[in-house]
Design a protein around this ligand. Structure first.
Ligand code: G3P
Length: 220
């Protein structure tokens, strides 16, 4: 399973890249609004230098013509840009038109297996079910991930399932077990995955024992 970061924060992305675990990036208007200054295009260009993996850039136009125009412009920023298009009637049309031009898309705001199936059929290479937002309304978001993986395998659909709206480390584990091709994580969740209290206390204990041994040998 590939790990993407769900952020437009360059420092977070640089850190994950240094850790050797950054396979790609997803952004959206909300994440861009939280990031430091510069235009969306300039932030995307910088992000594309930090990873050769896919970098999702989300359109905000309301109709297919506008989405296609924005998608074309994003695709010129760097070869690894993937245009993120919301699931909708206009969105499906934009996905199909961009696919015809050879521009890769990520269909976002997917909340049902049928939506994901249609997105893949229209030509999206990435399909993004939002797990946490379904959990928020007392539905099991991971069910959509599991079903999409099964449907894509059964029908030999080449699109990848990108588990999004991940809120905690257990979501990452569950997405991996469900067979998601990709999980996109807030940096905080990635950090939480690194740590375990027994690892952290073990490191402290080993260091203390090492220093004790050094002192004992020095005294001898
Ligand atoms: O890529 C966006 C998606 O991951 C949204 O997450 O936490 O805002 O539901 P969240």
């Amino acid at each position: 399973m590939k790990i993407f970061l769900d952020t437009a924060d360059l420092e977070e992305l640089r850190t994950a890249a240094r850790w050797g675990v950054l396979d790609g990036v997803t952004t959206n208007p909300t994440l861009f609004a939280k990031a430091a200054g510069g235009s969306y295009e300039s932030v995307l260009a910088e992000i594309c230098t930090l990873t050769p993996g896919p970098v999702s850039a989300e359109v905000v136009a309301e109709n297919a013509d506008g989405m296609v125009a924005q998608g074309r412009a994003f695709s010129k920023i760097a070869p690894n840009i993937v245009v993120k298009i919301p699931m909708s009637e206009q969105g499906l049309e934009a996905i199909a038109r961009l696919r015809a031009e050879g521009i890769r898309t990520n269909c976002t705001l997917v909340f049902s297996t049928n939506q994901g199936l249609l997105a893949a059929k229209a030509g999206a290479v990435l399909v993004s079910p939002f797990v946490g937002r379904l959990d928020d309304i007392s539905e099991d978001g991971m069910t959509v991930v599991r079903q999409l993986v099964e449907v894509f395998v059964t029908h030999e659909i080449r699109a990848e399932v990108l588990a999004a709206s991940m809120r905690h480390p257990l979501h990452a584990t569950q997405a991996a077990l469900a067979g998601a091709h990709i999980v996109t994580l807030p940096f905080k969740v990635l950090q939480q995955m690194v740590h375990h209290p027994l690892t952290d206390s073990g490191i402290v204990q080993f260091r203390a024992d090492w220093e004790k041994a050094q002192r004992a040998r020095g005294a001898a």
